[in-house]
Design a protein around this ligand. Structure first.
Ligand code: NAD
Ligand code: MG
Length: 406
């Protein structure tokens, strides 16, 4: 929140990296409910020219960024034909310009995957307030993010619903990354995904459509598959470990199919604090946009009588080996989480393209980790090097060991 001299709430300049995705669209929905409070400075998309054009028409940013020159030219022509003066950029330079724009105070990091690493880190280095949805960069290089945030004074506010919940259960002056003395354990809740009650033998034939049909959340395709394999929860264990300064051994995954409790913090005095709400990403988004105040999100209020009961169970690591692989990589540390993430991105992409089966996903990740030369040296260059080497090994494994499934 920015307070102006006369004590009224000033407008916050906002960049949204990945504005055409699920988180991006939800962010714009919350912003549109508070037009006096936010000014959209920059919007970025990968290939969706039409969607970004519509968003530009509605929110009139100062800058728009596309994947490449061709897409940028298409967008530019359409904007010019409507008489709109918006600077159009492309590629990594464009994303960097959007995340560091001088009119931007807050950056919503909502690109999917490792592609968001460099522009998000640049926002951190520039001392912006970073609303972090894009979990993969933190999984790959959490130590670097936190170190840079400390240097620049950038504030990190988690958007992932579980991490946002944990953040809300910590004291008001809590700074991301610091170990909090009274915290004993994090209880990271998990819906269980679409296959919670499926018999293990049936998972071999799962299609991308079935994997993407999440029972509680509507999300992008990559995170939907991650939720079906429970790799999403594995990535979130690593994310929580960095954001809250807690080792993975003190993070317990709790299957909670109703998805009403978004996570809990167990304190040493025996208190357990939880944050609750309907499963709607506009709630954590509104929390982070207005922090430390509160604004309306548009989400349906929680009706406990309608929910009636809350269930909890332990995760089945045998049925969902991706979760165990993530815990192992988190314990191993160094570049292991980056290798895990890279292999997972390649495996999920191949699954969505029907080149591999659902149960091949953990096999590909396991192979990529087993053949990795894990380094304890976590510099940005060692991480990026390991990331691309892991992608190449995962590709090779798919090409030489797995027959197409389509
Ligand atoms: P999505 O696929 O719906 O959207 C991704 C956005 O990133 C789009 O705007 C797309 O154009 C852009 N993009 C994709 N690849 C790109 C690239 N190579 N370069 C630049 N831009 C690119 O994804 P999503 O579901 O909105 O998820 C975004 C991030 O937020 C992910 O890291 C995900 O794990 C995290 N997250 C999402 C949810 C959710 O409810 N969707 C919840 C928690 C965390
Ligand atoms: Mg989550």
């Amino acid at each position: 929140m920015t307070i102006s001299a006369n004590n009224s709430i000033a407008t916050t300049g906002l960049t949204i990296l990945g504005s055409t995705g699920s988180i991006g669209v939800n962010t714009l929905d919350v912003v549109s409910r508070h037009p006096q409070r936010f000014r959209i400075i920059a919007l970025t998309a990968h290939t969706q020219v039409d969607r970004l054009f519509d968003q530009c028409k509605e929110f009139k940013p100062m800058m728009a960024v596309m994947k490449d020159e061709e897409a940028a030219d298409q967008l530019k022509k359409r904007l010019q034909s409507e008489g709109m003066q918006i600077e159009v950029k492309f590629g990594l330079d464009g994303l960097m310009a959007a995340s560091t724009h001088k009119g931007t105070q807050a950056v919503m990091a909502a690109i999917v995957g490792a592609a968001g690493l460099l522009p998000t880190l640049e926002a951190v280095k520039n001392g912006k307030r970073v609303l972090l949805a894009n979990k993969e960069p933190l999984v790959m290089s959490g130590a670097i993010f936190l170190e840079e945030a400390k240097k620049s004074g950038a504030q990190l506010l988690p958007i992932d619903s579980e991490h946002n919940a944990i953040y809300q259960c910590l004291p008001d002056n809590y700074i991301a990354g610091q170990a909090y003395e009274g915290l004993e354990q994090i209880l990271l809740t998990c819906s269980g995904g679409p296959f919670l009650n499926a018999k293990p033998g049936t998972l071999v034939d799962v299609t991308p459509e079935q994997a993407c049909a999440h029972p509680k959340w509507s999300m992008g395709r990559k995170i939907s598959v991650d939720s079906a394999t429970l790799m999403n929860k594995g990535l979130e264990v690593i994310e929580a470990s960095w954001l809250f300064g807690v080792p993975p051994s003190r993070i317990q995954v709790v299957i909670h199919p109703q998805s009403v409790i978004h996570s809990m913090v167990k304190y040493i005095d025996g208190s357990v604090l939880a944050q609750m709400g309907n499963p709607d990403m506009r709630i954590p988004i509104a929390h982070a946009l207005a922090w430390p105040g509160r604004i309306g999100s548009g989400a349906k209020p929680l009706d406990l009588f309608e929910i009636a009961r809350l269930d909890f169970q332990k995760p089945d690591m045998k049925k969902f080996p991706c979760l165990q692989l993530a815990y192992n990589a988190a314990e191993q540390g160094g570049t292991a989480p980056a290798v895990l993430n890279a292999a997972n991105e390649i495996a999920v992409e191949a699954f969505l393209e029907r080149r591999v089966g659902f149960l091949d996903i953990p096999r590909i990740i396991k192979h990529t980790l087993q053949t990795a030369n894990i380094s304890k040296d976590i510099t940005l260059s060692s991480i990026l090097k390991e990331d691309s080497a892991a992608r190449a090994r995962a590709h090779d494994y798919i090409n030489s060991n797995i027959k197409g499934v389509a």
